[in-house]
Design a protein around this ligand. Sequence first.
Ligand SMILES: Cc1cc2nc3c(=O)[nH]c(=O)nc-3n(C[C@H](O)[C@H](O)[C@H](O)COP(=O)(O)OP(=O)(O)OC[C@H]3O[C@@H](n4cnc5c(N)ncnc54)[C@H](O)[C@@H]3O)c2cc1C
Length: 260
Amino acid sequence: MKQYEVPVLSNKQVSNRYWHMRVDISNVKETITPGQFFHIRCTSERSPFLRRPFSIYQIHDQSLEFLYLVKGVGTQRMTHISPGETLNLLGPLGEGFKLDPQAKTILLVARGVGVATLAAIAQQAFKQNVKVVAVLSARTREDLLAAEYLTEFGADVYPVTEEEGTSDVAYVNELLTTNILIQYKIDTVYTCGSRRLSKLTQQLADKYRIPGEIALEEHMGCAMGACYACVSDIIENGQKKSVRVCIDGPVFPLEKVMME
Ligand SMILES: Cc1cc2nc3c(=O)[nH]c(=O)nc-3n(C[C@H](O)[C@H](O)[C@H](O)COP(=O)(O)OP(=O)(O)OC[C@H]3O[C@@H](n4cnc5c(N)ncnc54)[C@H](O)[C@@H]3O)c2cc1C
């Protein structure tokens, strides 16, 4: 893991709350895998002092894309970065997703900005001719950004939104059990972005015996395993175990994560 100063190619608002940034990574020599993240210095000013973690949204040979939700001071500062300026990145960090080479169909269950994390595994699936089925949950239709991208590449996308009253867990459960899990033979499920949806996904993965992975999001300090800010609990061999999301994850086997 290294620190890089990379040129920003574009940084655009793509909806009311989301921005998209593309950076040149021609000087990054490490392999970058879906589910990994970079710890980003959001500004060249002193504040905010701590970097912020962002998943890789799309990976290309010479560039990387990030999709970010403007939440607080860090992401607000990121919106002020202009093309031609540089971005200070630490990474790539963490353990990414695994895509079984035998997989034929994968299911993504994402809420909100969780889709920024899952889009990269979809990108890898498209390259390997693996069918992608995605349940995307968001507040509004406008917030379903990656839906268009996924559909363009042949994914079957099932949008559920608060504004349409279709995003509650009972509705998604119905959608999965009476439609998706009957219509498709899912080989692996990936989830991110909502504890409630991830809990449902975990229960259904267990019931239908589908292996799964989850990308966890926790507040992070150093992102190098030293500060223990991002500790989360998992179950391993029947025992509760504390893990650091930054170095042990952010991707974990779905069945191991404690959802309460
Ligand atoms: C591994 C990982 C990958 C991530 N990938 C993305 C991504 O691709 N796109 C994206 O938009 N966001 C992503 N996030 C979340 C992102 O890091 C936070 O939204 C960001 O740090 C907020 O910074 P801020 O300064 O704007 O807001 P702050 O002022 O720090 O916080 C604003 C609000 O966000 C909450 N918050 C802050 N940090 C986190 C966090 N790490 N997890 C959950 N809530 C948080 C705070 O409680 C507060 O309510 C990721 C987080 C992790 C851990």
